[in-house]
Design a protein around this ligand. Structure first.
Ligand code: BG6
Length: 466
């Protein structure tokens, strides 16, 4: 296995899934503070005790200890998000909240003390609740202005501390999860496709604007888009299925196409026309898109699915649904495991966009069992996680051998945290176990799992140990 020199190994988390301290340091409420069931239930509109994210894994108070563990793993990069409502509690203030800014100063400084480069997701499923209520999230063009003020504040403050920036987490997921992804409170079934694509347009313009401002204020910074990558294979070799898979994939690729090429592709214009979708764009919007394309493309990868013209048996996916692939096994949460799909995605994206790629999320959610480690401590024998990650990283290595320009690989998530789709602790991803449970009990103690030593070796040998 040959990975490039200076390959960026590490791990990724999001503020709302790990920080907790939801009302400390002047933070305002975000949509996650009122989504105790993730994608499984309705927002409660006020924080409720059963919402595990209010405490998370208490990363807000324990980040020093956790980053020390990431350093022990040998991380080159640690990806986290900034909670927008720590910086602008309501989202529409003129001045930022100094306490929120100071928290991320401390976090990034700690990363640098350990030689870890932070990567920041500017917006990771945590729109300030006030903006969700007053603007219906990204449906409103006003969001572009609030986001602009937010990013200008971040870039001015963290220039020199943060080199890698991602504008929106899994930007294509807004089509499937409008509230979590776009802060849109109107229920999905009541949203017209025009309203949804209008929200996409606002996010795309905001992303281009952030890229422009980042390049002006931080000449050394690299700005990436971030998409949820999910290959949709034709269910059979029937040409109708191949076309159905292509058309469905287009809806996901649209976001990357605009970020990389700076224009709306022909296939989406045709889709808009044939489905009566009308969106408002200005000359200035189109210029911003054209002139401010991204430096790299980052993505999450967990599962692949199938697509047929007829629409067969549905299978769970990461936010996006599709049909079951009879050749794949699935995780305990029904996500189909497909390491080769990662090589396929990497080649596909590279051939399509010719931009450096960055895998910024990949991992296995599992119900781990904590056992005695024989030395007075606790551990998890998570060989299944090692198997999953080994197989995926090997396929990433195959893609590198295929000629793909791959900047790095980050696992989701190096430490257990609250899951996004189901808002539970039981679905664990980490190399580090956190003693916290779905009923809210637990000491929050951290224990290294078996996979901890394994990943440390992968990084130390730059993948040769695989
Ligand atoms: C991605 C998100 O969709 O997948 C993360 O960017 C999320 O926020 C991850 O946690 C895994 O999904 P889940 O639902 O198992 O937490």
């Amino acid at each position: 296995m040959q990975f490039p020199e200076n390959f960026l190994w590490g791990g990724a988390v999001a503020a709302n899934q790990c920080e907790g301290a939801y009302a400390e340091g002047g933070k305002g409420l975000s949509i996650q503070d009122v989504m105790p069931r993730g994608l499984q239930g309705e927002p409660t509109m006020v924080p409720t005790e059963d919402n595990l994210k209010l405490v998370g894994i208490d990363f807000y108070h324990r980040f020093r200890e956790d980053i020390q563990l990431f350093a022990e793993l040998g991380f080159k990069v640690f990806r986290t998000s900034i909670a927008w409502s720590r910086i602008f509690p309501r989202g529409d203030e003129k001045e930022p909240n100094e306490q929120g800014l100071a928290f991320y100063d401390a976090l990034f400084d700690t990363c640098h003390e350990y030689g870890i480069e932070p990567m920041v997701t500017i917006s990771h499923y945590e729109t300030p609740l006030h903006l969700a209520k007053t603007c219906d999230g990204w449906r409103s063009r006003r969001m572009i202005g609030f986001y602009e003020r937010y990013v200008r504040t971040l870039f001015a403050r963290y220039a020199g501390k943060v080199k890698y920036w991602l504008t929106f987490n899994e930007i294509n997921s807004v089509l499937h999860a409008p509230l979590m992804s776009g802060g849109i409170l109107t229920p999905r079934e009541k949203l017209s496709e025009s309203a949804l694509y209008q929200a996409c347009h606002h996010e795309l313009v905001a992303s281009a604007l952030a890229t422009k401002i980042a390049h002006e204020l931080m000449p050394d910074a690299l700005v990436g888009c971030m998409v949820l990558a999910m290959p949709l294979y034709p269910l059979t070799p029937k040409p109708e299925d191949v076309i159905a898979a292509m058309l469905e994939s287009n809806k996901n690729d649209f976001f990357g196409d605009v970020h990389v090429r700076g224009v709306y592709p022909g296939y989406i214009k045709r889709y808009f026309k044939e489905h009566g979708i009308e969106i408002e764009t200005t000359e200035e919007d189109l210029r911003l898109l054209r002139e401010n394309t991204v430096d790299f493309v980052s993505f999450s990868y967990y599962v692949s699915l199938c697509k047929s013209a007829a629409g067969e048996e549905k299978s769970a996916g990461n936010i996006i649904e599709g049909e079951k692939n009879p050749y794949l096994k699935e995780s305990a949460w029904g996500w189909q495991i497909d390491p080769a799909g990662l090589r396929y995605v990497l080649n596909r994206f590279w051939n399509r966009w010719q931009k450096p790629l960055f895998i910024v999320e990949n991992g296995l959610g599992a119900d781990d069992v904590l056992v005695d480690d024989g030395a007075g401590g606790k551990t998890v024998e998570d060989d299944y996680r090692i198997d999953y990650l080994r197989a995926h990283i090997r396929e990433a290595g195959e893609a590198v051998a295929d000629g793909v320009d791959l900047m790095g690989y980050l696992t989701w998530a190096p430490i257990d945290l609250v899951s996004a789709s189901t808002a539970e602790m039981k679905k664990r991803y980490g190399f580090i176990y956190v003693d916290r449970h779905d009923d809210g009990t637990g000491t929050l103690a951290r224990w290294k799992k078996k996979s901890f030593a394994w990943y440390r070796e992968v990084i130390a040998t730059n993948g040769a140990s695989l």
